[in-house]
Design a binder for this molecule. Structure first.
Ligand code: PEP
Ligand code: MG
Length: 909
């Protein structure tokens, strides 16, 4: 016999495992053991460890069975002894369930077999024991059906086909002239078992296994196999669960909630999973099996009287009818209810968290089948943690650490009405680029989105991709859908900044701007048709789905205060307008980490002056146009400084390639030529001159400022003048001027000299001064490598991890969408590096840049302003490398604050 322990037994108040063994026993197995230890009634059983599942993948069925055979046999003997029944016995058979259970719950993803152990002999025993022949044969036919499906693979052949077992049931019902399964008697069910077994023989070429041991091994192996089924793999990918974890197998004595009117089954939550209210709640059914509660054939009843009354009110059921037809468990079985309410309290107190329970009442006796931390909405997550903290049940550290930062999104954005959503049809899926829910009519052009919105129409702007020209239309739309582009595409970045729902890169959508139609899988949608978007999941729905605005509770504020108490790293925001700055400030941003000045050039008349500057053939011409831009920029900065009163504001000099500011369509070029009083040919020629093969690696960033120093001069002047003006109005200002895209110290120094000279000139003119900093973005790998040289001059660093990721991987930010999805499918990459910072590769550059920078300037202020600054795992990484702050779009500020506090607490662990 092998020395190693592969099987852990539990039952009758004792257990070999415990709650702290989730990795080995899976969540379910660990909790079954724990419940035994604390005196909660649980049917006896055993858990085969997750290690065995991993071994199964390596060594296969035969050798795995050999490895665990003896321990499994001992496990069955233990159940037999505890439950006083015998496997396969004719008079008192032991029946078991076989269920999967991974470290983290993967609801419905893997397989389960119930009533295992039944055969022609045991069914007699079950009939005698229960005194109910129909029940025994119904259990048997359910078992053959489930085993036939899960273990022997008798499934519908395609999604249009019916289940082979259901087809047989329909035949039998039709022959008998009945419509419900419940109208079949014991003889009909016997007939079903025979027909089911025939079907198995016909399909597999083998008899249905009658020996309980054969049945058991078949089921155990099927659970191991189910770890690798399609839906489990997809679920793991979506939830970042490693393939090598494997699943445990729980074998446990069956108990029955369908033995008559003194039996029942149900599910319950120790608190409300939707609102977080501290009220025991759940549903049960008398004389039913677990699956009946979820199957929706009978209306489940509420557990508590209070819950039952609330339900009746919502369902429009009178009190009289409620009492008669749908009494609560509290009324129908008061003694068991009392026992259950003691157990639920005990479990919540023990686990110090809201629990999700499954229970069965067999002949008046309560059994718990499962307890786990209950899934909950973002609002419930916050409320439960804060209330448990205030009740002294958990400490501050536990309250913060148990939060899932991304779930805070639910609290900040509109959400779909859940009833309406359950009826909605998904037409395609794209990337979850910016969270929230949106519903509106399709519009394909940004200017028309503005027009429609002006008429009070709700619109969804649908584009192949967006460009800065679309900004106003994006702002007017309820949501944005693009066919191309990834998580750092223009649409994604801008939408997140606006807190607007966006699904990007929905590749199945074909858009025809000419006919104003889009097609998805052969279905055509026209301008004006309703669609809905879920920016949190990437789902695109047909039609209109009602949405609700979120409400921020007092608990949310308490949580944020708590985070600030425990954090080391603080959070700034990426914002380009006073409105966004204010939103972010209300979410707790402590400054602006990135103000992208280019976004300011698209509104109203500004673009004209900008284009005039671009088209100018010499410096004098450029200066003339820049003079027009100066007061506009200054005004913008004043607005932002005022909104961010007394907090630091990092303003980045112009960054994008200039071609982004000129029109590419002939018609628009003509319009521009008329405006500027030059020929269309001249405009066309200039646009062509500006075109580059790789604009993202071309004439952009500080390369613009170094070739056209007058641009930097104008921007520096606008910033400093704005700061002085705002200071003169009695506000405190802290400008930080940031040079983008440097790769050499010379590039930086040249820009710095222009900024400082300009500032000095303005101070002299105005006879006043303000404190300001000059620093740079680190977004080119070379800059990270020579960070010590750069830090000799630069007063702060901000990691632009969008570009740094682009250049470290060599993946274009604009074009990577085409292959990234395939790379993720093929597991070449485990996550999209534009969403989650690649700590292994890009992270090295970030760490090295920080360390080298601080070696030259120990007090160097370091932050991040790429999209990763609002992604919890990346935020934690930034904490680890010692950054001072992270900066992210306004609506991600609370998420980043929570992740930063978690990082600080995890470090202390
Ligand atoms: C970056 O590159 O990470 C960054 C913040 O700048 P942008 O996205 O504007 O290029
Ligand atoms: Mg950049």
């Amino acid at each position: 016999m092998s020395e190693q322990k592969y099987v852990y037994q539990f039952g009758a108040g004792q257990a070999e495992g415990g709650a702290d063994m989730k990795n080995l026993l899976g969540g379910k197995g660990a909790n079954l053991a724990e419940m035994n230890r604390i005196g909660v009634p649980v049917p006896a059983g055993f858990t085969i460890t997750t290690e065995v599942s991993a071994r199964y993948n390596e060594i296969g069925r035969e050798r795995v069975v050999e490895l665990i055979k003896e321990q499994v046999e001992q496990g069955i003997a233990h159940i037999e002894k505890t439950m006083n029944a015998k496997f396969g016995d004719r008079s008192d058979p032991l029946l078991v369930s076989v269920r999967s259970g991974a470290r983290v719950s993967m609801p419905g993803m893997m397989d389960t077999v119930l009533n295992l152990g039944l055969n022609e002999e045991a069914v007699q025993g079950l009939a005698a024991k229960s005194g109910n022949e129909r029940f025994a044969w119904d259990s048997y036919r359910r078992f053959v059906q489930m085993y036939g499906d899960v273990v022997l693979g008798l499934k519908p052949e395609s999604k249009e086909d019916v289940d082979p077992f259901e087809a047989i049931i329909e035949e039998v019902k039709e022959a008998k002239g009945v419509t419900h399964d419940t109208e079949l008697d014991a003889n009909d069910l016997k007939d079903l078992v025979v027909r089911f077994k025939d079907a198995v023989k016909k399909s597999t070429g083998h008899d249905f296994p009658d020996d309980p041991w054969d049945q058991l091994w078949g089921a155990i192996i099927a659970v191991f196999e189910s770890w690798n089924n399609e839906r489990a793999m997809v679920y793991r990918k979506l939830n970042g669960i490693p393939d090598q974890w494997g699943t445990a197998v729980n074998v446990q004595a069956m108990v029955y909630g369908n033995l008559g009117d003194n039996s029942a089954t149900g599910v319950a939550f120790t608190r409300d999973a939707g609102s977080g209210e501290d009220i025991f709640n759940g549903e049960y059914l008398i004389n039913a099996q677990g699956e009946d509660v979820v199957a929706g054939v009978r209306t489940p009843q509420q557990i508590t009287l209070e819950g039952s009354r609330r339900w009746a009110k919502l369902a429009g059921v009178s009190e009289e009818e409620r009492v008669k037809q749908y009494p609560s468990l509290e009324e129908a079985m008061p003694a068991v209810y009392k026992e259950l309410s003691v157990v639920e309290q005990k479990l919540e107190d023990h686990y110090r968290d809201m629990q999700d329970l499954e229970f069965t009442i067999q002949d008046g006796r309560l059994w718990l089948l499962q307890t786990r931390s209950g899934k909950r909405t973002g609002a419930a997550m916050v409320r439960i943690a804060i209330e448990m903290l205030e009740a002294g049940k958990i400490d501050e550290k536990a309250a913060i650490l148990r939060m899932e930062p991304n779930r805070l999104d639910d609290l900040l954005h509109p959400v779909f009405d859940s009833d309406a959503l359950s009826r909605a049809e998904v037409i395609t899926k794209g990337l979850p680029a910016s969270p929230g829910a949106a519903t509106g009519r399709i519009v394909f052009f940004a200017d028309e989105a503005e027009e429609w919105a002006g008429r009070k129409e709700d619109v969804i702007l649908v584009r192949i991709e967006t460009s800065p020209e679309d900004l106003a239309g994006m702002n007017a739309a309820k949501g944005i859908l693009t066919a191309r582009g990834g998580m750092t595409s223009h649409a994604a970045v801008v939408a997140r900044g606006m807190g607007k729902c966006c699904v990007s890169g929905a590749g199945a959508i074909k858009i025809d701007y000419k006919t104003r139609k889009m097609t998805v899988d052969g279905v055509t949608f026209s301008e004006g048709d309703w669609i809905s978007l879920n920016g949190t999941t990437g789902d695109v729905y047909r039609g209109k789905i009602e949405t609700r605005e979120p409400e921020l509770s007092g608990d949310f504020g308490k949580l944020m205060d708590l985070c600030d108490k425990h954090t080391r790293m603080y959070v700034r925001t990426n914002a380009d307008t006073p409105h966004d700055s204010e939103v972010a400030r209300n979410f707790g941003a402590r400054g602006i980490g990135l103000c992208r000045t280019e976004h300011m050039f698209f509104e109203g008349d500004r673009i004209k002056a900008m284009r005039e500057m671009i088209l100018a053939s010499d410096e004098a011409g450029r200066r003339k146009a820049l003079e027009k831009l100066l007061p506009i920029q200054r005004g913008d900065f004043e607005g932002i400084f005022e909104a961010m009163e007394s907090l630091p504001v990092t303003i980045r000099l112009l960054d994008p390639p200039l071609h982004e500011f000129v029109p590419h369509e002939e018609e628009n070029q003509k319009e521009m030529a008329d405006e500027l009083g030059i020929s269309a040919a001249e405009v066309k020629a200039k646009v062509e001159e500006l075109s580059e093969f790789n604009p993202m690696l071309g004439h952009r960033g500080c390369r613009l400022g170094n070739t056209y120093p007058e641009i930097t001069e104008m921007q520096a002047r606008a910033i400093i003048e704005a700061a002085l003006n705002v200071k003169a109005r009695g506000h405190s200002v802290l400008p930080e001027i940031m040079v983008p895209l440097i790769g050499t110290k010379e590039e930086y120094q040249l820009q710095e000299a222009i900024i400082r000279d300009t500032a000095e000139a303005v101070f002299a003119e105005r006879e006043d001064k303000v404190e300001y900093l000059v620093g740079t973005m680190i977004e080119i790998p070379r800059a990270a490598l020579v960070a010590d040289e750069i830090a000799e001059s630069a007063e702060f660093f901000s990691f632009g991890t969008n570009d740094l990721t682009q250049m470290t991987f060599g993946y274009s930010r604009d074009d990577a969408g085409k292959f990234l999805k395939i790379y993720l499918d093929k597991k070449i990459l485990s996550v999209d590096p534009f969403q989650q910072l690649d700590q292994l590769g890009v992270g090295q550059l970030v760490e090295m840049g920080t360390t080298r920078g601080r070696s030259a300037r120990p007090d160097l202020k370091v932050g991040i302003c790429g999209e990763h600054g609002g992604e919890p795992n990346s935020v934690k990484f930034c904490h680890k490398v010692g950054m001072n702050y992270v900066s992210c779009s306004p609506f991600r500020v609370p998420i980043a604050r929570l992740a930063a506090a978690q990082a600080a607490l995890e470090e202390k662990k």
